[in-house]
Structure formats: C-alpha cells, structure tokens
Design a protein around this ligand. Structure first.
Ligand code: C2E
Ligand code: MG
Ligand code: MG
Ligand code: MG
Length: 281
C-alpha cells in the first residue's frame, strides 16, 4: 500500500541525504581552512576588442586548490561561500590579488573581477575596492566589476547607490551573463553599466535563428544607450564571425583562450602576436 511505499522510499533516501549533509559539512570545514591556508588562485581569461583584434582586459576567475580534490571550479564552492559568509574574506582576497596582478600588465590592460551580491550587502564594498586599488597602485579606470542580474532583483536603493558610488569613483561596472535572469531590459538604463556581457547560451544558440535574434536585440538596445557589448563563450570561428556581424564590440571564449594561471599569460599581454587567430576583418 501507499504507506509502506512511502516508508521504503524514505529509508532509501535517508542515507543519501545524510551523506550529502555530511559532505556539505566537510566542504564547509575545508573551505574555512582554505581561507586560513590561502588555497585560492586566480586564473585569467582575455577579453578581446573585436574591431582591433586586441586583448583589452583579463577576467579573473577564482579556483580552489583543494589538497585532496585538486582544482575546484567556482560553481562548486561560491554559493557555499556565500551561504557561510566566507565570501567576504575570499572576495576581498580576490579583489586585492587581481589588482596586484594587473599592475604587471600593459598599462591600458584592464582587469575584470566578479562580485557576489553578498559583497554588496555586507561590509563597505567601496572602501574595500579603494583599498585594493590604492594598495596595488592601480588607477580605478583599470578595474571592471562584474555583477549579475540577481543583484538587481529586489531593486534595492542601497545597491543602486553603491553602484553609482563605484562608477563615480572611476571603476567600470559590467552586467554579466545578461539575458538569462529575470530582470527587465529597463535595468540596463536604470543602473550605471559601462558594459553588458551577453550570456554564452545565446552565443552557443546563435547559429540558429533565435540566438541571433536575442543577441541582435540586446546589442541594439545597448547601442542606443551607448553601452558596448561583450559576447561570452565564443568557441568557434563561425560564432566569432556571427557576433562580429551582429555588432558585439568585445568577445571572450575558448576560441581565443581558456582561463589560465597568471604565470602563463605574460607572452600574450596584448602584444601584436596575440591572439593567434588572424582578425576576421
Ligand atoms: P562568469 O563570470 O560568467 O565567467 C565565465 C565562465 O565561463 C568561466 O567559468 C569561464 O571559464 C567560462 N568560459 C569562458 N569561455 C568559455 C567558452 O568558450 N565556453 C564555455 N563553455 N565556457 C567558457 P568558471 O571560471 O568556471 O566560472 C563560473 C562562474 O563562477 C563565473 O561565471 C562567475 O559567475 C563565478 N565566478 C568565477 N570567479 C569568481 C569570483 O572571483 N568571484 C565570484 N563572486 N564569482 C566568481
Ligand atoms: Mg564574469
Ligand atoms: Mg559571464
Ligand atoms: Mg556565468
């Protein structure tokens, strides 16, 4: 009968749930240790100006060098870091490290740093950003902060004020992964965005009609507001040619280069020999 069915299902799932809870506790304990032991590293992926075929920035992408699990990607620990508050020290470290690394690059090469919504809610983000820039000796114009639509969902006045403050200070604000969230297009004009990054799902779908239509709509809206667009996740020459023809101003993706450790990027810091692919123009 239904009752014993439920009971057997419960008995079946309970050990699995316990195992998952135990794994989560272990991961949180490991994450706390990782902060103390400084087990994080930043990899960098180039953002390419499509008109000039030139690297204009690198996006910092965090990884966790776990002593047993190896290199852990951000999708596997950022949310946990947000839920436990550990994103505060981790996010601070990321900002300071990215600014310090960028000092060694060509003078006009920017660094893009992803921010979690939690970093807006707690502590003084503007003070942290200023300290990271001043500590490194980097001008605010060389830092781009990437935020996602989820930050804007509750239309918080404090968020808008903080974005304006950072923007007025001279830091660029980029809307990341645009198009997949629930925010309305009007957010693009309401907030002080210097750049809109079109989510890679539309670039991947772009070879069909619907992806292209969405990319075109975003590009045209942004162009009317004077905001440049970046196509994320370009993997093939066809995709590159398509986003160029649709009017995207910047591109990023495995076609150009995957994220790499800092030590692996010096030879290609915007020099004429990089990217290796010849211009599409
Ligand atoms: P994101 O900011 O949208 O970063 C782009 C992600 O797409 C990166 O994944 C990158 O490796 C991947 N990617 C780049 N080009 C391609 C491509 O051509 N094809 C495909 N399939 N993927 C590509 P990653 O490094 O695993 O980061 C995932 C997400 O984790 C990031 O998405 C960002 O939301 C978050 N994240 C990464 N670093 C940080 C950080 O320092 N702080 C915070 N708060 N979040 C971060
Ligand atoms: Mg990003
Ligand atoms: Mg993105
Ligand atoms: Mg993303």
């Amino acid at each position: 009968d239904a009752k014993s069915d439920d009971e057997s299902r419960f008995r079946f799932f309970e050990p699995e749930m316990q195992a998952r809870a135990q794994e989560r506790r272990q991961l949180v304990a490991d994450l706390r240790l990782a902060v103390v032991r400084n087990e994080f590293e930043l990899h960098y992926q180039p953002l390419v100006d499509l008109a000039q075929n030139r690297v204009i920035a690198f996006e910092a992408l965090v990884r966790w060098r776990h002593p047993v699990r190896g290199l852990v990607p951000p999708d596997a620990f950022i949310r946990l870091a947000e839920e436990t508050g550990l994103i505060e020290p981790i996010g601070k470290w990321i900002l300071f490290k990215a600014c310090a690394d960028a000092v060694g690059w060509l003078p006009d090469t920017k660094v893009a740093v992803n921010l979690s919504a939690v970093q807006f809610a707690k502590g003084d983000l503007a003070a942290t950003v200023a300290a990271a820039l001043e500590g490194a000796g980097l001008t605010p114009g060389r830092l781009e902060l990437e935020i996602t639509e989820s930050l804007l969902l509750d239309e918080d006045d404090a968020t808008l004020a903080m974005l304006r403050r950072l923007h007025d200070y001279g830091v660029s604000i980029s809307m990341d992964d645009f198009g997949i969230g629930y925010s309305s297009l009007s957010y693009i004009s309401k907030y002080p965005f210097d750049k809109v990054k079109i989510d890679r799902s539309f670039i991947a779908a772009g070879e069909g009609k619907s992806g292209a239509a969405i990319i075109r709509a975003i590009v045209e809206l942004c162009r009317s507001l004077g905001i440049p667009t970046t196509a994320e996740g370009i993997e093939t020459r066809r995709q590159l040619e398509q986003v160029v023809s649709l009017g995207c101003s910047e591109g990023q993706g495995y076609f150009f280069a995957p994220p790499r450790p800092l030590a692996d990027i010096p030879p290609m810091l915007g020099g004429p020999q990089w990217p290796h692919h010849s211009a599409v123009h």
